[in-house]
Design a protein around this ligand. Structure first.
Ligand code: NAD
Length: 541
């Protein structure tokens, strides 16, 4: 097939647009938002290149205006999942044999479609479906997804170029085969980019995919599928099913051809899926690859030499952007007593200056949390903190779900460093702060390490280099992404490959070649040019 060693375009990060008042991108996204918000879309499933409507539908509503309906989506029965699997397997041979540059071209085209004609639409869809303000939508649905698509192509070629030594009489080659069978992508609500990347990166490496998006992200997942279709992903290569996650997963995992799970979501669900794979292990033709990026209890530790304003900004941005619904969001902080007065003053000032409401009003920094289940859970923890003797609410603590699922950004100050909200992932705009004695830095680092089952992101702020070194050593196992003098959020594809350890996942680093390696099964080919014709070695003489 190959008729050249092709260079791929050098991947560069997509620039983030400003959306400042009067900018053309602001006008475009507001126009798209209004049109989409004031109309209704019917979202069928997508199997073998065909739209599949089952008539069994659910409505979609923006979390910031939950009585307003923006469309419906269709739910799968078991037979649709079976069809998606069968279709993927039929498409496999042709897709796996498609030259890599053709696969690359499809996903590079998808990146350009998002960067250009689909940008306003995918951002508006993410503002509506997931209640992201425009900046959060832009850095996720546009920039990060574009970056994934572009950088993955580069990573794929880097992988293909990893080849063994050869000799004059034997040529050794490694072929990076796609997995035998079909793969399964299960994606979370919180990042449109992750929803697109999980199925796309497996498909890029030559795999066929059944993709189950989160119920709360289907509205923006539809735009991703439109992009993939227009970019030329062939029929059957990525098949999308919606509905009961247990039925869909059980059906997928009962297939002997199931060969890989690419999951992002909560830790409990990932462990359940791992268990199911284990229980079915005797039925599979191959050992399924399991990649899961899951929950976090991400920390900020300030040393007494840190700058209080910088610490406060790291807390405010790290904890409250996108309503704290980033897996990397700061949700516990450890502040030395000598800095606390200043830090709390700045945090309170900042939080008081936030505006909360619909993302359509671009002056709103905070919008709604994703759904009623999340709202109720967060409200429960806030109420508990109001009543508990070992916790105080510094600011926030209000909530209202009459129109949208609005939770005020809330800072809890815990007297007990193991207070429940210091340990549990809440996934909302709540951060808990523990104030420690200045000279208890080493003990505090130990506390940070031991307080949570997770190990996703974390940050240390200090000017004393020894303090930074101490934290870097002491916290080496409790964050897969560790930040020095920064907030613990905002990983950029190609710059900070992302993933955590311990209960936070398999740490296969989304946005790196390491992740793509999980979706291939190398075949070593040794070709001998002059084949021996006598079994006897010289030593036998
Ligand atoms: P979730 O676990 O509720 O859902 C994730 C996906 O799993 C969805 O598609 C959902 O429908 C599906 N699912 C739910 N129950 C299932 C079941 N019983 N069987 C099979 N599938 C099931 O997570 P979410 O609320 O969408 O996302 C938030 C979570 O994701 C948080 O815990 C967050 O930390 C995590 N997250 C982690 C990363 C990371 O990179 N580590 C990134 C984003 C989100």
């Amino acid at each position: 097939m190959g008729k050249g060693f092709f260079n791929v375009p050098i991947a560069v990060n997509e620039p983030v647009m400003s959306y400042a008042p009067g900018s053309p991108e602001r006008d475009a996204v507001l126009k798209a938002y209004k049109e989409m918000f004031n109309s209704q879309v019917d979202v069928p499933m997508y199997i073998n290149g065909k739209d599949i409507s089952t008539g069994n539908t659910r409505t979609m509503s923006p979390p910031h205006d939950h009585k307003h309906v923006v469309g419906t989506y269709h739910l799968a029965e078991k037979k649709h999942v079976d069809e998606a699997i069968a279709t993927a397997l039929e498409a496999r041979t042709a897709w796996a044999n498609t030259p890599w540059e053709q696969r690359a071209a499809i996903f590079l085209k998808a990146a350009e479609l998002i960067a250009g004609p689909y940008r306003a639409k995918i951002n508006a869809a993410t503002m509506i479906a997931q209640s992201k303000n425009i900046f959060q939508a832009e850095i996720d649905a546009s920039c990060e997804l574009i970056d994934f698509l572009r950088f993955n192509v580069q990573f794929m070629t880097d992988i293909y170029m990893e080849q063994p030594e050869s000799t004059s009489d034997a040529w050794n080659r490694i072929e990076y085969r796609p997995l035998e069978g079909f793969t399964y992508a299960v994606t979370p609500f919180n990042f449109t980019a992750i929803a697109g990347n999980l199925p796309a990166c497996m498909a890029l490496m030559g795999n066929v995919v059944v993709w189950k998006p989160s119920d709360s992200q289907i509205y923006s997942a539809k735009v991703i599928m439109d992009v993939f279709k227009e970019a030329g992903v062939p029929d059957g290569v990525i098949n999308v099913v919606f509905g009961d996650p247990v039925m869909i997963t059980d059906t997928v995992m009962a297939s002997p051809d199931f060969s890989g799970l690419h999951f992002t979501g909560s830790t409990f669900i990932f462990k359940e899926l791992w268990k199911k794979i284990g229980n079915n292990i005797h039925n599979y033709k191959t050992y399924p690859r399991i990649v899961g990026e899951t929950g976090g209890k991400d920390f900020i530790v300030a040393h007494k030499t840190a700058n209080a304003k910088q610490v406060a900004t790291a807390i405010v941005r790290g904890a409250f952007e996108f309503q704290g619904q980033k897996c990397s969001a700061a949700s516990r902080a450890y502040i030395p007593k000598s800095l606390w007065n200043d830090v709390q003053k700045y945090v309170v000032e900042d939080v008081k200056s936030f505006k909360m409401g619909s993302p359509e009003d671009m002056s709103n920094f905070i919008t709604a949390v994703i759904h009623e289940g999340s709202f109720d859970k967060l409200a429960k923890y806030i109420d508990q903190a109001k009543n508990d003797a070992d916790a105080d609410i510094l600011i926030g603590g209000g909530y209202d779900k009459s129109k949208g699922y609005f939770i005020e950004p809330t800072v809890i100050v815990a007297k007990d460093p193991k207070y429940t909200t210091m340990c549990t992932e809440l996934f909302g705009p709540i951060i808990t702060i523990y104030v420690y004695e200045d000279d208890a830095y080493v003990e505090t680092l130990k506390l940070v390490d031991e307080t949570s089952e997770y190990a996703l992101t974390g940050a240390v702020l200090a000017t004393d280099r020894y303090a930074i070194t101490q934290a870097t050593e002491a916290l080496q196992n409790c964050a897969g992404n560790f930040y020095i003098n920064d907030k613990p959020t905002g990983a950029v594809v190609g710059q900070q490959p992302f993933g955590g350890a311990r209960a936070s996942g398999t740490n296969d680093k989304a946005g790196s070649a390491q992740n793509l390696l999980r979706w291939v099964s190398p075949r070593m080919i040794k070709e001998t040019f002059v084949t021996p014709i006598d079994y006897r070695y010289p030593f036998l003489g």
